[in-house]
Ligand binder design. Structure first.
Ligand code: ATP
Ligand code: MG
Length: 481
């Protein structure tokens, strides 16, 4: 018995697979239609020489959690996206652990742990700033009528199960691998390792059924393809064209979370382009077409997202309000112009445009009020940069959102939407001490009328060739606000 166990653990990968029929034969996978039953109950187990995971890329705390549970006789593995990223030689941004211990058993194993969630409980084990999310293996979802909405979306999915069931209910083959830090083995139920090597995203089971169960999987596949530079297997991609509209049945708060992941993926622009190619943007950002088809809007968005991706790569924090303010700015501008053409004054027209755009977008993605508040502030600041006289500039720089608003203004200057000189002046004003600030304002007064001063110079949209130092200022990325 023990001998057989060791043989299974340490056998050459491939030899440890179940006899034919349990897993689809490797060479048949690319063309074949999905078998009706895609559940697999024995994994392939890969040793270090096959998966080559560098243990130094693992969080010590994830290892501690696995060991803590294993010492109490439970199974415990690092799972999901972390194993995928580790297999690709990347350091995962967070770690999930899966176990056969119940949430209560997990909680009592660690000093700082708390159970969260009511529907399906998971445990957060906390180590200083790091939290390891531990979930108990889940059973295969029952897609019977009682558990789904009228479109087939799974509403209840909260039964504990066995490890093989847990693997089958995950989304893509590369996300269904389990890594045991102690033996340094990867337990692979659905040929995930092979798909890692091929750099392909493949849905476990019948893609259409799995998208119906949870339409967010369509957004996930687009995000992973952009972030990992993977292709999407044809059968996994095919149903999306037909099924994209199901996104509209997903609760808005969940879509908002997914949008945040997308924008913070480090490949935000490719994700948006991927969403558009898949036709998924219609349910999320109905105006993305308009933005991307409008030259100015596109230049602004491309630059904003390029800076965002750079911040992610440099592991700097992102500001959600800033990001969404960028995404929707050109909708606001277009609406602002329309309202002014109807005869409304400039500033009330801006406020009306902000309201209109936020109402329309919030129906699709429930952007929390705290964040729409930040967005409004950033937008409302913009016309104020045009006035450089009196006490107003001193009051402006004192406001908490000034830095963010100036970054936003610099971004606009960078794409030629407002005068670069104006952006440079404000950065100098912000950096100067009290005396320097006054000198800058006095200098404005001494200029002939129309050369700046109190006039709304931002309105003129002079397009100048940037001096090198100005370009440098305009390139400073959005700070975390
Ligand atoms: P990343 O954290 O890099 O965004 P991830 O794959 O870890 O990617 P998470 O949302 O953290 O994504 O989910 C962890 C794991 O849970 C996934 O790898 C997958 O196995 C499973 N999972 C998450 N969402 C779904 C879903 N909608 N359907 C099926 N399985 C899912
Ligand atoms: Mg993850």
């Amino acid at each position: 018995m023990i001998k057989r166990f060791f043989k299974r653990i340490f056998a050459k990968p491939g030899l440890s697979r179940e006899p034919a029929g349990v897993q689809a034969p490797l060479n048949a996978r690319d063309n074949a239609a999905r078998p009706v039953s895609y559940h697999v109950n024995k994994p392939a187990i890969w040793g270090h020489k096959d998966h080559k995971i560098d243990k130094r890329l693992l969080s010590h705390n994830a290892i501690r959690v696995c060991e803590g549970l294993q010492d109490r006789g439970f199974k415990a593995f690092v799972v999901g996206g972390a194993v995928r990223d580790l297999s690709l030689g990347m350091r995962p941004k967070d770690f999930d652990v899966a176990t056969d211990a119940s949430p209560e058993q997990v909680r009592t194993t660690f000093r700082r742990a708390r159970i969260i969630g009511r529907r399906f409980q998971i445990v957060h084990v906390m180590f200083g700033p790091e939290t390891i999310e531990v979930s108990t293996f889940r059973a295969l979802s029952n897609s019977g009528h009682d558990n789904t909405d009228e479109h087939g979306r799974v509403l209840r999915d909260n039964v504990f199960g066995k490890q093989d069931e847990d693997a089958t209910r995950r989304d893509f083959t590369v996300n269904a691998m389990y890594y045991d830090p102690k033996t340094e083995t990867v337990w692979d139920y659905h040929h995930g390792m092979e798909d890692i090597r091929k750099r392909v995203l493949r849905m476990i089971g019948d893609p259409a059924t799995r998208y119906r169960e949870d339409p967010v999987r369509m957004m996930r596949v687009v995000r992973f393809a952009a972030k990992l530079n993977f292709s999407i297997e044809p059968a996994t991609r095919a149903p999306i064209a037909e099924m994209g509209d199901l996104i509209s049945n997903v609760p808005a708060a969940r879509l908002f979370d997914e949008m945040l992941k997308l924008l913070g993926s480090g490949s935000a622009m490719s994700c948006l382009v991927g969403l558009r190619e898949a036709g998924l943007h219609r349910g999320l950002f109905p105006l993305l077409d308009a933005i991307l088809d409008n030259n100015k809007g596109e230049a602004f968005l491309v630059e904003a997202l390029r800076r965002t991706d750079e911040r992610v790569r440099d592991e700097k924090p992102l500001s959600t309000g800033f990001l969404f303010a960028c995404l929707m700015w050109h909708q606001v501008v277009a609406r602002w112009e329309t309202i002014q053409k109807r005869g409304e004054q400039r500033i009330p027209a801006l406020f009306q445009a902000m309201d209109d755009v936020l109402v329309e977008q919030c129906e699709k993605t429930a952007i929390p009020r705290r964040i729409t508040g930040d967005m409004r502030e950033l937008w409302a600041f913009q016309p104020r940069f045009e006035k450089r006289a009196g006490k107003a500039p001193f009051r402006m720089v004192e406001q908490p959102k000034f830095r963010a608003a100036l970054d936003f203004f610099e971004l606009r200057a960078f794409v030629g939407e407002v005068d670069t000189d104006l952006a440079v002046w404000w950065r100098e004003f912000y950096d100067a001490d009290g005396k320097g600030k006054q000198e800058l304002l006095d200098h404005m007064k001494s200029l002939p009328a129309g050369a700046g001063g109190s006039a709304a110079s931002g309105n003129k949209k002079r397009k100048r060739k940037r001096k090198p130092n100005q370009a440098a200022v305009a390139q400073s990325g959005p700070e975390s606000h």
